[in-house]
Every structure is written in structure tokens, then in C-alpha cells.
Design a protein around this ligand. Structure first.
Ligand code: C2O
Ligand code: CU
Ligand code: CU
Length: 474
């Protein structure tokens, strides 16, 4: 028989979420869609300098409820940094937290000392000033916290932003690129709020195994905003900035849209699709035709690493897009970028096996049988080498594998060539259970005998639990 006490406890637990819903609506519901501010930095001695100050903040996700967060020049998330390929950037990163942190430039090719990984920790109150050449194709990159064993907590609290890179090749194409008019940046994340409207980073057993997920879908920190616009053809730069959620994106009425870029830049040609999957850390740029003037809803189905066991965890309306009128859209270009053939290996072929032990216990996630060790360099790559890294997933979970320093090409997925939307430049790739994915990449320009780059699962709880390794380029 149940005691009165346990029955009451059960009732309270059930009542709590609906109580909050009754008390406060989402602050942005039905309100205009907001993007993080676009920052072009400051010109200084031929460099583009960005000031980034990381500090605790409070953000209103629900009307009238202040949620404690961490932000970058803002209470939650950071600015969109706009720069051009070939420029020299200097990032002035100030740590306003009471604990060490880092900021990592995800997807950028740069010296290990400027990477912002776990070895570039910034002490509380200190400023870190990496300087590097922006050697990228035009595309959508991002930055986020990467402190050893604190990555999940820092990103969950809001420590992330987007880097938007332009170049001549992309400029020459008839694509939407007016920020806020026909070109929009969407940082997608999901969060879980407690009864006080806070989002504590407290992992239960399931979160440790499958990654931290929430039931509330955010776009740029907002729930349910509306984007009204005039443009007949728009470009959405979408980042999956979640800790542990995969997003299956689609539009209402099974609208067909086109992907034009993957993580590292433009695809060879637009790829028509009705649904797109973005893993944690991945970006995609998509064109959406609104010429008929009808409103469309961007939807996300969320699922976790355990998709094979648990299935879809939620279906969310993310953003309502309302054209003000019907208007003819310009035709899409047939070709976008010249993608060179995937690189032929001149150097080592390396094999990586993803495994996990201790199901149902504290997750032990390994790569080639080893957990991350901050003091161990797993291997070295000779500068200038082109290598093939073959990943096999021996776990029952999904893992998005990310490699620092390079943009790679997917050579094969289970022996088959990659699908068109995966055939471009990538820095993060989804590897399903029992899949084998071969990646080709070249290590150019920067060598450092001591400071490593990381490779890891971008489910941040897997990364923090040891599914990460480090290599040097020498
Ligand atoms: Cu997006 Cu090692 O990180
Ligand atoms: Cu990275
Ligand atoms: Cu993983």
C-alpha cells in the first residue's frame, strides 16, 4: 500500500510542470523573432578585433521569470561575429565567471594555441587574446565553452555564439545574404526548466548516458517567436547548439527546401529536401522559397543518442515564418562551389572505435578503449599529411564525431559514397550504431610539438565523460 506521504509526493511531482505553465507564458511566444546582434568587431592595425566578455546573466525565457544563465556580451548566448576569409582576427576573451573557462572556435583552422580547447583555459578575471588568420570558406561556424569536464555545463548555461564568414566565391553567387532581411541565423537548443524557472545542470542517470536534453525548444533563446518578412527567398543558417539532442527539421505542408551549405561552407549544388537532420555541433544553410506568400512553420523533432531504443522525444514548433505578401522568387543557382575531389591519403590510415561500458551505470565512453586523459597525447600527425580516419561505432547510441583544426570530407559511409548534402566540407559527422565512416583530411599550416587538438563526440555529456582524445600536428 502507498503511504499518504508518497502519494502526496507523487501528486506534487505531477502538478509542478503545469503549475509553472499556468503562472507564466513564454516571453517570446507570438513575438517578433530576434537574432543575436551582428558584430563586425573593430579594425585595429589591419586586424579585426572582437571583444567577447563572458559573464553570468539572467534571461527571461518565461514572461516575468528571470533564469540564471551565462552569456557572451549578453545574458544568454553571444553575438554573431561577421568576418571575411583571409582576415586576421584577434579575439579578446574576458572571463567574468568565478571559475576557469575557455572559448573554442568550432570549425576554424588555426594554430593549436589559438584553438580555445581545454588547454587554453582562462582564469577567472583574466583575458585571453588569440590572434589567427581566418583561413575558411564562406560559411557558418560557431564558438562555445570547452573547459575540461565543464563543456556541458557551460554550453547549457548559454556560452555559445555563431561566426559568419564571407568570401569572394560566395559573394559572386545570387544567394540571399542580407542579415535580418533574407538571411537569418538560428541557434537551436532545448532546455529543461525546474519549478523556479531555472535550468540547473544536474545530470540524472539517463542524462549521463544519453546526453542532456530538455522539453522546451529554443531558437536564439526564444520560445515560439514569429518572423514576418518581405523576401520571397530566404536563407536560414541553422546551428544545432544542443548538448545532447538531434534535430529532425522540416516545414509545415511538407515544404521542399534546399540545403546550400554544410559545416565548412557551400555544397557543390543546392540539394532539395523535405527534412534535414542536424546533430549536436552541426550547421546547415538552407534556402526556403516563400514566393506564394503562405506562412510556414519550421518544426523540429528532437531525439537523443539512444534513438534506437527511445525514439523521438518531442515534436516542436520552432519558428513561424510569415511572408507579408506573395512575390516572385529569383531562381536558385544550379552550381554553388567547386568542390575538389576528396583528398587522397598520403599519410596514415587511422582507425577509431567508439565503445561504452557499464550500461545503466555512470557512463564510460571510450575511443579505442581509452577515456580522455588531459595529460596524454593520443598520437601525432606529421604536418602536411593527408590521412584517412575510419570511425566505427560499437555502441547502441548515436555519436556526432567532431575533429578540431580541419574541415574533412566524408569518403564513405558503410562503404557507400556520402549523400549529396554530406559530400561537402564537414567538421562534425553523425555515426550511427554499427556504422563505419571514413573521413579524409589534410593537416596543413600549423604545427605545435606540445599543444594538441581534440577529437570527440559532440554530445557534450559524452565528451565530458571521456569520449575525447587529442592529437598534435608536428
Ligand atoms: Cu564544438 Cu571540441 O568542439
Ligand atoms: Cu571544435
Ligand atoms: Cu557520443
Amino acid at each position: 500500500p502507498l503511504s499518504r506521504r508518497s502519494v502526496l509526493a507523487g501528486l506534487t511531482a505531477l502538478a509542478a510542470p503545469s503549475l509553472i505553465r499556468a503562472r507564466a507564458a513564454w516571453a517570446a511566444e507570438g513575438r517578433p523573432f530576434v537574432q543575436p546582434p551582428l558584430s563586425e568587431g573593430q579594425a585595429l592595425d589591419g586586424k579585426r578585433v572582437f571583444d567577447l566578455s563572458v559573464a553570468p546573466g539572467a534571461h527571461e525565457f518565461r514572461a516575468g521569470v528571470e533564469t540564471r544563465t551565462i552569456g557572451i556580451n549578453a545574458p544568454f548566448l553571444g553575438p554573431i561575429l561577421a568576418a571575411r576569409a583571409g582576415e586576421t582576427l584577434r579575439m579578446d576573451v574576458a572571463n567574468g565567471l568565478a571559475e576557469p573557462m575557455t572559448l573554442h572556435w568550432h570549425g576554424l583552422h588555426l594554430p593549436a594555441a589559438a584553438d580555445g580547447g581545454p588547454h587554453q583555459s582562462i582564469a577567472p578575471g583574466a583575458v585571453w587574446q588569440p590572434e589567427f588568420n581566418l583561413a575558411q570558406k564562406a560559411g557558418t561556424f560557431w564558438f562555445h565553452g570547452h573547459q575540461h569536464e565543464r563543456t556541458g555545463a557551460h554550453v547549457w548555461a548559454g556560452m555559445a555564439g555563431v561566426i559568419r564568414v564571407a568570401d569572394d566565391e560566395e559573394d559572386a553567387l545570387p544567394l540571399p545574404r542580407s542579415h535580418g532581411e533574407d538571411d537569418f541565423t538560428l541557434i537551436l537548443q532545448d532546455r529543461r526548466f525546474d519549478a523556479d524557472g531555472q535550468m540547473p545542470y544536474e545530470l540524472n542517470m539517463h542524462d549521463r548516458m544519453a546526453g542532456m536534453q530538455g522539453d522546451v525548444m529554443l531558437v536564439n533563446g526564444q520560445v515560439g517567436p514569429v518572423l514576418e518578412l518581405d523576401a520571397p527567398l530566404i536563407r536560414l543558417r541553422i546551428l544545432n547548439g544542443a548538448n545532447g539532442s538531434f534535430y529532425g527539421l522540416s516545414f509545415s505542408d511538407e515544404l521542399t527546401f534546399h540545403q546550400i551549405a554544410s559545416d565548412g561552407g557551400l555544397l557543390a549544388a543546392p540539394v532539395a529536401m523535405r527534412g534535414a537532420i542536424l546533430s549536436p555541433g552541426e550547421r546547415g544553410e538552407y534556402l526556403v522559397d516563400l514566393s506564394d506568400g503562405a506562412a510556414v512553420m519550421l518544426r523540429a523533432e528532437t531525439f537523443g543518442a539512444e534513438v534506437t531504443m527511445m525514439g523521438i522525444t518531442g515534436t516542436h514548433d520552432v519558428l513561424e515564418i510569415r511572408p507579408r505578401r506573395a512575390r516572385a522568387a529569383p531562381p536558385l543557382p544550379d552550381r554553388l562551389a567547386e568542390l575538389p575531389a576528396p583528398p587522397k591519403a598520403t599519410g596514415a590510415a587511422r582507425d577509431f572505435e567508439l565503445a561504452m561500458t557499464g550500461m545503466g551505470m555512470m557512463g564510460d565512453f571510450t575511443i579505442n578503449g581509452r577515456r580522455y586523459d588531459h595529460g596524454r597525447i593520443d598520437f601525432s600527425v606529421p604536418l602536411g599529411a593527408t590521412e584517412t580516419w575510419t570511425w566505427t561505432n560499437r555502441t547502441p547510441m548515436l555519436h556526432p564525431i567532431h575533429i578540431h583544426d580541419v574541415q574533412f570530407r566524408i569518403l564513405s559511409r558503410n562503404g557507400q559514397p556520402p549523400a549529396a548534402h554530406e559530400a561537402g566540407l564537414k567538421d562534425t559527422v553523425l555515426i550511427r550504431p554499427e556504422e563505419t565512416v571514413a573521413l579524409g583530411m589534410s593537416f596543413q599550416d600549423y604545427a605545435d610539438p606540445e599543444l594538441p587538438y581534440m577529437y570527440h563526440c559532440h554530445i557534450l555529456e559524452h565528451e565530458d565523460a571521456g569520449m575525447m582524445g587529442q592529437f598534435t600536428v608536428v
